[in-house]
Design a binder for this molecule. Structure first.
Ligand code: SF4
Length: 568
């Protein structure tokens, strides 16, 4: 039995992303305001006082594991910190120009009018990693404890299933599961309220949701995978402040997908491609879709003479309002992407994530003021969300992703219809996220020859503009100590060698954007078997989401391991 240190906090935030950093800062500021009102007699109730707030983060520093496009709507940060620019918020560029391109194989046709959800003029192109690093500094200045290299491994419950904190992962375990000389057991961080803001497919949110049935009344979540590179390009190839979103090539019309190019300072561009993880063809490879996107003549022209600087990949929740889990339970709240706050139509979630965190903070103050941390008080978080601009923004686009289930053309009609009717959609009414994305993947034999194993055969990985996964992983700065147990738990590798090989040709080899999964020939058994190169993992969570048998469980590796997305 391992003896573990127990640290008593008041509030523990899991994950130092935009939702939790905004939440912690807002909590600190609002407690001071609340207590002052009580002191002056302007508010009836108890003072909250000086409470201990901690943020645990699996990365080596705040921002290391943070990746986004990203164009930020400043509505939330303005509420959090009206003088955010004066305080040095590291925005890169103001958007000055928008465009939407429809990509055929050879041409890019610019929409005469940019669709309103894709209008970004006046908003900010940012590195979300940099922004989180800066918000982390603001938190520390405000007296909030940040614990980097502290991966949250499990949720702690009392006998009544009330959440009472989290346990962090053990350090110094070798690849066979034995303690090494530097072994340090994880600690139990006990808290009156735990806030899960781990991003898309958070591992604790997954455990909690299953244990407490938080998805009983909502639709299945659907996810997408965004694959991104930062490039330095010759001056004049793409203007600073220009934002382009694309639809079409290389996605087929059955697959949800689209690209982006954002012009940043110093001739740097953010370029990337999103592929829905509810695709039907098991031969699809989201990383290869992105590489193919870059072969389009219009994109190749922008990249010509440039140099790739960094790489990253991350899943996002694209299901929207109908796919939100129950956002609270005794002792716990869920914020940001973990709570499905992303607006898929605008391809934006930073502002909604931050706002969800701020509403969680207000709920926590009320819980402390009433000394009640049960659902009786915490359920007011959901009401706060539904009375805020989050609802006004997400409810009208509640059918956006569902509209893509019948392909691109139905989606285009539906997007217009939804815009005109405040969210109604034709042919997908309502709540059509009935099945999880991985169930939409079809067996090769059922595709009647529509799967093309040579789909990417003409892709030439020249390592100048088109990169294989290993080269890209190098540019993600990934590092994991190899002498530790794999954090990718494949629950039944026999399925990989038999059923999965036959039914889907092992799609993990393709959907993983970091070449972690490989089918290797085993001479003794005369068959291919799964090899897991866990140290390549960029923590995108795609395998946990997209595996058609749901036998891959992503758990947190030893603290500090993972990508280094500094500046991404
Ligand atoms: Fe993403 Fe899973 Fe591959 Fe890691 S192993 S990079 S989480 S798909």
């Amino acid at each position: 039995m391992i003896e573990r240190e127990q640290i008593e906090m008041d509030v523990v935030f899991v994950g130092a992303g935009p939702a939790n950093l905004a939440a912690a800062l807002h909590l600190k500021k609002s407690i001071a305001e609340h207590d002052e009102l009580v002191e002056r007699g302007a508010l009836v109730g108890k003072k909250v006082g000086d409470i201990e707030i901690g943020i645990v983060e699996k990365g080596p520093y705040v921002g290391a594991h943070i990746l986004s496009g990203a164009v930020m709507d400043p509505i939330a940060i303005r509420e959090l910190m009206p003088d955010f620019l004066e305080q040095g918020c590291p925005v890169d560029t103001v958007v000055t120009e928008d465009a939407a391109w429809y990509m055929t194989d050879k041409k890019a046709v610019e929409a005469p009018i940019t669709p309103p959800p894709l209008k970004n003029k006046g908003k900010y192109i940012i590195s979300l990693s940099k922004m989180c690093e800066w918000l982390g500094e603001k938190c520390e200045e405000a007296g909030i404890n940040i614990f980097p290299e502290f991966p949250a491994a499990e949720v702690l419950y009392d006998d009544n299933d009330r959440v009472v904190g989290i346990r962090t992962g053990d350090k110094g375990i070798d690849k066979d599961g034995k303690p090494k000389g530097n072994f340090e057991p994880g600690v139990d961080l006990l808290a009156k309220v735990t806030v899960l803001g781990e991003g898309s497919r958070g591992s604790l949110a997954k455990q909690l949701t299953a244990r407490l049935g938080l998805k009983q009344d909502s639709e299945e979540q659907v996810y997408s995978l965004g694959v991104k590179e930062l490039w330095e390009i010759p001056a004049g190839n793409f203007a600073e402040g220009r934002v382009v979103h694309t639809l079409g090539f290389p996605s087929d019309t059955d697959t949800y997908g689209g690209g982006w190019i954002y012009g940043m300072k110093n001739n740097v561009i953010s370029i990337g491609y999103v592929t829905g993880l509810d695709y039907k063809d098991p031969m699809i490879d989201p990383h290869a879709e992105f590489q193919k996107f870059k072969t389009h003549p219009k994109i190749a022209e922008i990249l010509k003479g440039g140099k790739m600087l960094k790489y990253g990949a991350k899943s996002i929740n694209t299901g929207g309002y109908y796919t939100m889990p129950k956002l609270y339970a005794d002792g716990v709240l869920i914020v940001g992407d973990s709570g499905s706050f992303l607006n898929g139509q605008r391809i934006k979630g930073i502002h909604t994530a931050m706002k969800s965190g701020m509403l969680a903070a207000e709920t926590i103050i009320s819980a402390f003021a009433h000394e009640d941390f049960s659902t009786k008080t915490l359920k007011s978080y959901e009401a706060k969300v539904n009375q805020s601009w989050i609802y006004d923004e997400l409810h009208p686009v509640r059918n956006f992703h569902a509209a893509f289930q019948k392909g691109r053309w139905s989606a285009l009609i539906n997007t217009g219809l939804q815009f005109a009717t405040g969210g109604l959609a034709w042919g997908v009414m309502p709540k059509e996220h009935g099945i999880p994305g991985y169930e939409r993947m079809q067996h090769l034999n059922d595709r009647n020859g529509n799967s093309d194993p040579t789909r990417y055969a003409d892709l030439k990985f020249d390592k100048e503009s088109i990169f294989d996964k290993i080269t890209d992983v190098y540019h993600a700065g990934v590092a994991h100590d190899e002498d530790q147990p794999s954090h990718l738990h494949v629950l039944d590798t026999e399925i990989c060698a038999t059923r999965c090989a036959e039914e889907y040709a092992n799609p993990c080899q393709r959907f993983c954007p970091a070449a972690v999964y490989e089918m290797e020939f085993n001479e003794k058994r005369n068959r291919k078997e799964l090899k897991v190169n866990f140290s390549n993992c960029v923590h995108c969570k795609t395998c946990d989401i997209a595996d058609p048998y749901q036998i891959i469980n992503w758990v947190t590796p030893e603290g500090g391991g993972g990508p280094d997305y500094k500046g991404m």
